[in-house]
Design a protein around this ligand. Sequence first.
Ligand code: HEM
Length: 393
Amino acid sequence: MKTLHQNPTEPEFVQDPYAFYRAARADGDLQYWADYDMPAAFTHDAVQCILRDRRFGREVPPEMTKPGPAHLAPWLAIEATSLLEAEPPRHTRLRALVLRAFTSRAIGSLAPDIETLCHHLIDQFPSDPFDLLDAYCTQVPVITICRLLGVPEEMAPDLLNWSHAMVAMYQASRTRETEDAAARASTEFADFLRGYIDERRSDPRDDLITRLITAEEEGEKLNTDELIGTCILLLNAGHEATVHALSNGVKTLLETGSVDALFGDALDETVEEILRYDPPLHMFTRYAYEDLQLYGHDFKRGDQVALLLGAANRDPVIWTDPDRFDPSRHIQTNTSFGGGLHFCVGAPLARLEMRIALPILFQRCPDLSLTQAPEYANTYHFHGLTRLEVAKG
Ligand code: HEM
């Protein structure tokens, strides 16, 4: 295992992490990433294998948990109820309850509404040039997830602010200010949802929050804190990544002259290739739960390992000419939605939004063009643009 040095906030890396991944992958499955002080998996095989290996997990091993700093208490309280941070049996129970409420019928039935929403947003586009990230790519997922949960759409700006403040905790650029903002946002978000969940208890509707409450009342014990944590996870995860999957996709389609691919019979292939080629989330970590040897490395219980989803997606063992965007590529499972127990609950919804929003955008705006070279935000492990300035022509 080689030792690699790469500051994840270095501008060149932020703009093109794939060059680093390529070099790392060429040296083997696992390398020690000094800046994160942990081994990191860069190949498709290693990333998929560790995602599926039950000897690794996301939940901090009990003997390693320590009380967090007081100023972070509200954020840590939300994290403590998140199914994303849990392993079985807690994870099994929480995920089953979410999946029961997050049915494919509920998701499929959103399609006509998403279509109408896309047209409505396009009708309201500002004059050229304008930021498509703000006017479209952000609005589609955030309004859709509000509707699915049953949260008023007028809350979308607050949800965006709370969510951005909370997920900034996972970014390499985290500071004390980030922590204070995340704690404030967690308190406000939880207070809002506590009131809102109370309303739904006495006035049930046909929405996800009501279904989550019902699941609780059927004796499956989603307590109020778990309900709040689950709703926050769904609201945050429900748009943070999809926003950037859409905008990275628009960028790629325009830069590679591939817009036509949306209109043949290869829409699914095109959406998968967008997700493979430039995914919005690049790295997740796992803890080892026992001493074990893997890819020639001795893991001790409690050791962490980084899984580079963005690197796995460009592995030449799986994809021919992986650095080329090829929307006609035969679909092979990419790693953008993870794998194993924590595989993304929202993958069908994210794919549905992409399959609807991208063709409608280019059908309505066939001359859409970039008016400025887009830049990625310095928010690794998130991989999304700062803005996406375009003209309709
Ligand atoms: C293109 C958009 C999306 C991408 C790339 C994405 C990616 C991911 C990834 C990689 C994970 C697993 C993390 C890990 O293994 O450590 C995950 C988990 C999750 N995602 Fe997504 N996601 C997207 C959209 C969504 C949407 C729309 C929702 C909800 C409506 C959602 C909800 C979740 C939840 C609840 C989990 C936790 C699952 C668990 O721990 O069992 N995601 N997502």
